[in-house]
Design a protein around this ligand. Sequence first.
Ligand SMILES: Cc1cc2nc3c(=O)[nH]c(=O)nc-3n(C[C@H](O)[C@H](O)[C@H](O)COP(=O)(O)OP(=O)(O)OC[C@H]3O[C@@H](n4cnc5c(N)ncnc54)[C@H](O)[C@@H]3O)c2cc1C
Length: 372
Amino acid sequence: MDFDLPPPHASFRDAVRELAQGVALPLAAEVDRDHRFPDEALKAAAEAGLMGVLIPRKYGGAGLDALAFTLCIDELAQACASTSVIVDVHTSVGSEPILLFGTDEQKRRWLPRLASGELLGAFALTEPAAGSDAASLKTSARRTGDGYVLNGTKVFITNIGRAGLYIVFARTGPEERAAGVSAFLVPADTPGVRVGQMFKKMGLNGSPTGELVLEDVMVPIVNRLAAEGQGFTVAMRALDSGRIGISGQALGIGQAAVDEATALLRGRSREQGDDFTLAEMATRLESARLLAYNAAWQCSTGRPFTRSASMSKLHCTDTTMQVALDALQLAGEEGAVSGSPFERHVRDAKALQIYEGSNQVQRIVIAREVIQ
Ligand SMILES: Cc1cc2nc3c(=O)[nH]c(=O)nc-3n(C[C@H](O)[C@H](O)[C@H](O)COP(=O)(O)OP(=O)(O)OC[C@H]3O[C@@H](n4cnc5c(N)ncnc54)[C@H](O)[C@@H]3O)c2cc1C
């Protein structure tokens, strides 16, 4: 058994690290403070080919695997968590479903523009009364002629307002719950699509989050992704690999917290209790990293990975929340000052325990997989 990263993955990680540390890190505090989109980091990521990590070369992407994706998001998150979530959502739940479920025509039409970064992708599943219980969603897609008319409101949509393409989940049939859901590719400039309320979050402030309002939006049948009634399958498969990306985000935020705590302790006289805390932080993060790499490896090698992705998401995000809190505690008043990286990591880490399936939902998924 070999725990070394394969050389191509190691050099890819090093290249992403250089970009992240050079471009995203210097912006991170300002992006957080001003709640502003990290345009410079996104431009650099697009130029470096990071917007199409999972997209095959024939569609203009880098054609890399889930492990490379995890490393990419981890490195970006070490520098700037907002940048990492924008790229993560675009790459996984915002683009990958087209690769996995799209027709040849849909792939040719959309993937090159997503891979180049010309279009930013987004995923619109959640509704005001359908979060963890996504199958209860109410947005409607009524069949008319050669298309559908969509009506409804999606909430908490990452990349809102910046996305050029939304993958929208809506109810097409009278069938109950998941069986009546279909998926649609909805360009942002379609008449009837608009941005509603924007949400001011406690963290990930550079990543825009808000409502997607759909009012009599005409979507041609060629923009339906997968068969009618298969939308929930699309969403759940997208979230499985999305959870590997969230693991990468967690590893990045956690690593930044460990590194900053280490630098702090090196520079001051310390108690043995400080060392114990740092040792716990580093050990927890190392165990989380192994779970994430295992989930990525299972996904990349075509094995079933629902269970490992959920375990990884749960463990990585819970670990990072604790690691970020421990780092702040070690820093004391310096860490508690608004604008310090320590308090930013705590605020950024929290959402990871909530989105792409809350950690309670991960426990439900894992128990189901273990018991089956
Ligand atoms: C920053 C951010 C970005 C997001 N981006 C997107 C996006 O791009 N696209 C998108 O579609 N959605 C997005 N979401 C929405 C996210 O997926 C939902 O917040 C998440 O699914 C939880 O739904 P909810 O917030 O409605 O909580 P609820 O479902 O109302 O749950 C509230 C609490 O109850 C718990 N709970 C719920 N059901 C159970 C159960 N059966 N057993 C035990 N506990 C339970 C939950 O874990 C949670 O703690 C985002 C959310 C955030 C915070």
